[in-house]
Ligand binder design. Structure first.
Ligand code: ADP
Ligand code: MG
Length: 675
């Protein structure tokens, strides 16, 4: 009964026709249930309206006043109409102004008292409000919701649809949170929460509703995450018997850093424990995460298991393949990408299944159905934030609770990471390989571009290489044109006679590979590229990173791009070209010039962009949350996590009657996840 109403098409609501239904769909509410989960983004507090004289100026507030006389419309230039309304609270007067709204005279009646909501302004003569909202004082609700609106669908229309939805809602609705948990954690029932998140009787009630809905969302998220892992303490049959990392270090062309050794040691201990490893390696760009992964793959393989390394781009996969096949000489390594010819792919799939291939390195192609392993023991995901949780799990499900290692350069504060990833263990690479020099970073205007190119030329003449990140006029559509055009200019005017390569997202994987390979081998001096080189590419001989239109990129992205240089023994430089003057851009570029520390940059990014954006879907691959904010609701997140653990310990499959509601919600949240 309940579900059916929740699943009722939005069109079945009073006042919602075909056209409006489309708009609701656009807002993410194709059903009545979804509409009730479309929470307001803010509220107008009308519960304590001000008298005119005491109303705060220039900020939204509610003012109670009576209309003095019937408003009249006057025509001004260009067919515009203006309607001035005089109101009073008995002590002071105020003037309201409405433009182009012919209904005002009929709606605002003389001698009637209203609550007006808007900004009050004042000059030395009088107080005014321009186009305030209003409700008759006698009917004024204490709080009014403000919804995220869309063209053709105003906040008020959404409010009235929500009211109609509540009319249809039966008194008893099924609450996914079991009553015992609800009571123990001081949470209000679902019906109260829904009513008071939309149409609260007071701000306190709204807060109570909000707390409950945030808790509910976080609980469902945590349940889903813990269940996705679904193996919290499953005994592993893939126990590592021998630690072969010392042997591996002998293959390395360099000495591992203390941090790398520590990370490897921690992961090896996990794999020897008899339980599946679930570990995150967090390290700034250039900290040497690949070598850690290689060491662990080597250990797995030497212990008779297969290992899989998944990376988000073809270029990165190629590069890992090249470097790992070189350092793991006695391991049979294969490459698997989407662009490989079918016959070759088939051959790889076969050898994977027989166990002949010991380590496979691939893109998303590893997730496809045809991929099966003989004895998958270790799954490594590089640049984990590029993948959804579900994808990582999909790869793991090709083995029997294999060990999992994820690597990320996005520094997430430890406490938060622990909560996002549930019971994930974390190793931090807090040390860069020796001999790394600070990358000098300069922000310049386009006027100084010539000087930047002279600087580039000097380095090329010394045998070094450079990257230029090229302006994208319009992401996707025009980037090919703009890169090529830019490259022409570089060839003809700025660096005539030098070998130049071009790389962009529209190229075929084969072409991209070829260009990257030439750049790696030093055949190309300058690589002009879009941000496709952003992730993980490693050419230690490249020493200058020039970024055109630097204002277009976020801090973390700039830091990733800059991380392409400074990877070898040579002093490296990053040049940011931008003419943008706005405060935020200037702050961003200044941060880049001042620090090389990824953690500090992430923090600054958080400050400049706000947590919602920073921890947006793309950053962590989690489902989108409607009301909770993991940064702001840390306490509730902790509470929800511990409740989720208790529930799953008692009922791992969420099959008991009190947990069925939760089970359905978990399923829905993770199904809606765009991967
Ligand atoms: P990231 O952590 O960004 O993935 P990489 O694994 O690509 O970093 O390593 C960056 C560069 O540093 C590579 O050229 C790698 O060979 C080199 N490197 C890694 N570890 C060391 C080390 N201990 N000593 C010297 N160079 C190292
Ligand atoms: Mg890397």
């Amino acid at each position: 009964m309940m579900r059916s109403l929740f699943e009722k098409n939005i069109r079945d609501l009073k006042g919602v026709g075909e056209k409006r239904a489309k708009l609701f769909e656009k807002l993410g509410a194709p059903t009545v249930g979804a509409l009730l989960r479309l929470y307001p983004r803010a509220y107008e507090d009308l519960s304590h309206p001000y008298p005119i004289r005491l109303a705060p100026l220039n900020e939204p507030c509610a003012v109670r006043a009576t209309v003095l006389e019937r408003p009249a419309e006057t025509r001004i230039r260009g067919g515009l109409t203006i309607c001035k309304v005089k109101v009073t609270d008995g002590e002071s007067d105020m003037e309201l102004t409405y433009f182009n709204n012919p209904y005002i005279p009929a709606m605002l009646k003389a001698d009637e008292e209203y609550v007006f909501y808007g900004k009050v302004t004042a000059n030395f003569l009088k107080r005014e409000m321009s186009t305030p909202e209003f409700v008759r004082a006698a009917l004024c609700p204490p709080v009014r919701p403000i919804y995220r609106q869309t063209q053709g669908l105003s906040s008020r229309m959404i409010e009235s649809a929500v009211k109609n939805a509540f009319e249809l809602l039966p008194d008893r609705i099924r609450d996914p949170i079991p009553e015992s948990i609800r009571v123990a954690h001081g949470l209000c029932p679902l019906r109260f929460a829904l009513e008071n998140i939309h149409l609260p009787q007071s701000m306190e009630d709204m807060e109570a509703a909000r707390k409950r809905l945030i808790f509910e969302e976080l609980l469902i998220l945590q349940l889903g995450l813990l269940r996705l892992k679904g193996r919290s303490r499953a005994v592993s049959r893939l126990r590592l018997d021998h630690d072969c990392s010392e042997a591996f270090y002998r293959f390395l062309p360099f000495k591992p850093t203390q941090a790398q050794k520590r990370a490897v040691k921690e992961a090896v201990a996990d794999m020897m424990s008899g339980f599946p490893m679930n570990r995150l390696i967090q390290g700034d760009v250039g900290s040497g995460k690949t070598a850690v992964a290689a060491a662990l793959c080597y250990c797995a393989v030497q212990n008779g298991m297969q290992a899989a390394l998944m990376a988000p781009t073809e270029i990165l996969t190629q590069q890992h393949y090249a470097s790992l096949s070189a350092s793991l000489m006695d391991v049979r390594v294969a490459l698997l990408t989407g662009s490989m010819p079918a016959a070759k792919k088939r051959a790889v799939l076969e050898t994977l299944q027989t166990g002949e291939v010991q380590l496979v390195i691939g893109t998303h192609a590893l997730l496809s159905e045809g991929v099966a392993f003989h004895r998958l023991g270790l799954v490594v995901t590089d640049e984990q934030h590029r993948f959804g949780v579900a994808q990582r799990t999909a790869l793991a499900s090709k083995g029997d609770h294999p060990h999992m290692l994820v690597m990320s350069a996005t520094p997430i504060p430890r406490t938060l990471a622990l909560m996002i990833y549930g019971d994930l263990d974390i190793s931090i690479l807090d040390e860069l390989p020796p001999g790394r020099q600070k990358i000098d970073t300069y922000a310049i205007t386009a006027e100084k571009r010539q000087r930047a190119f002279r600087f580039i030329r000097k380095h090329i003449d010394e045998g070094r290489q450079c990257y230029i990140i090229c302006p994208m006029i319009d992401e996707g559509q025009n980037d090919m044109a703009s890169v090529n055009e830019y490259a022409e200019k570089v060839r003809a005017e700025w660096l005539p006679g030098y070998p130049i390569g071009v790389l962009h997202g529209k190229m075929k994987p084969k072409q991209k590979e070829a260009v990257m390979a030439e750049f790696s081998r030093g055949k190309i001096s300058v690589l002009i590229s879009t941000t496709v080189v952003e992730v993980g590419v490693d050419v230690p001989n490249a020493v200058v990173m020039l970024i055109e239109n630097a204002e277009r990129y976020g801090l973390s992205q700039l830091h990733q791009l800059r991380g392409r240089v400074g990877r070898g023994e040579y002093k490296s430089t990053c040049i940011l070209i931008s003419d943008a003057q706005n405060e935020e851009t200037v702050a961003r570029l200044k941060t880049m010039c001042e620090t090389n520390d990824g953690f500090q940059i992430a923090e600054q990014d958080l400050k400049l962009r706000g947590p919602g954006d920073f921890f947006g879907h793309r950053q962590h691959g989690l489902p989108e949350l409607k009301i909770a904010d993991m940064m702001l609701n840390m306490d509730l997140l902790k509470e929800a996590q511990s409740v989720a653990r208790d529930i799953l310990n008692a009922d791992g499959e969420l099959e008991a009657a009190p947990h069925r509601g939760l089970r359905a919600e978990v399923k829905q949240l993770f199904e809606n996840m765009a991967n």
